[in-house]
Design a protein around this ligand. Sequence first.
Ligand code: C2E
Ligand code: CA
Ligand code: CA
Length: 308
Amino acid sequence: AIKCSLSAGFIDFPKYASNSSQLIVSIDYFISICEKQAGGYIEFNDSMLAAVTRKNKIVKIINEAVNNNGFEVYFQPIYDVTKKIYNKAEALVRLCDTELGYISPAEFIPIAEETGLIVKIGRFVLESACKKIRELLDSNYIIECINVNVSPVELNLPDYSDFIISLIEKYSIPKGMIELEVTEGVLINSFESNAKVFGKLLENGVIFALDDFGTGYSALSYLMNVPVKTIKIDRSFISQITNSVNSVIVEGVISIAKKLNMSTIAEGVENKSQLDILTKYGCESIQGFYFSKPVPYNAVNASFAISR
Ligand code: C2E
Ligand code: CA
Ligand code: CA
């Protein structure tokens, strides 16, 4: 038998849209809400209007920022507990608007992905990361790699690997110094369909980290088949690490990663007790407010040591 459900929505026009194009935007948003529920009837309301209005504003702000250098790249230093130095950092994009103030990437990245604008943002972040690596190397800072988040939209671009390779050449980036962070879902869905892109990147010394580990399928067996060097354990596990189930899972993930020759980064470490537990389990790298918040492009150099 095929199960079928029906959702119906009602929008008061012109109360919630003053013209037809606004109405279409509202309907689009409405449909996305209707799809999330298993049938029924809903009426467009004031809070939906507020959400649509904010989203439209953010689309405009992203567009403007893309065209006028409106984005900034911050770096969050990552601490190596065995070497006792910061030797990695994650690039995180920042967007500030005169009217809306700071807009979190958690809010604008999905919108940028929907509109395709993520491609330009991603290129800007990658180039900033490469520039930063070159700058640090030229000044003899000790740095292992810079991590950059990649959206599935970017991985699906046929010329994505060529773009990264061109940056590697432009800035003479040594092998293993760019680590692309992908989530589990992305890796599972695109590793096979984008095998060429992954292959080309690996050949050129790009390495991969599995981001937000624990929030997706968490299929440990899958790890054997993917070319991942680092596992990033999601903040949700770390914040609850004193809970015995979570602590068993984290300990297990770290030990499996070790056996597979992968390294682990714990995300969102905010206090000493979390750090102590992770150190006891043998987690090499720690990222979180306990050590450092993301800092502006120029400020991050101060976190790294200089080799003599
Ligand atoms: P993410 O990749 O999981 O990045 C880590 C997020 O955790 C960052 O949030 C960081 O500021 C935050 N964080 C780090 N340490 C702590 C901590 O100790 N406590 C707490 N509460 N939070 C901590 P941010 O910068 O707001 O970024 C949110 C998400 O937006 C990122 O999550 C990533 O998925 C996405 N994002 C950020 N920059 C980019 C980018 O350049 N490209 C793409 N595609 N996505 C990005
Ligand atoms: Ca990340
Ligand atoms: Ca993460």
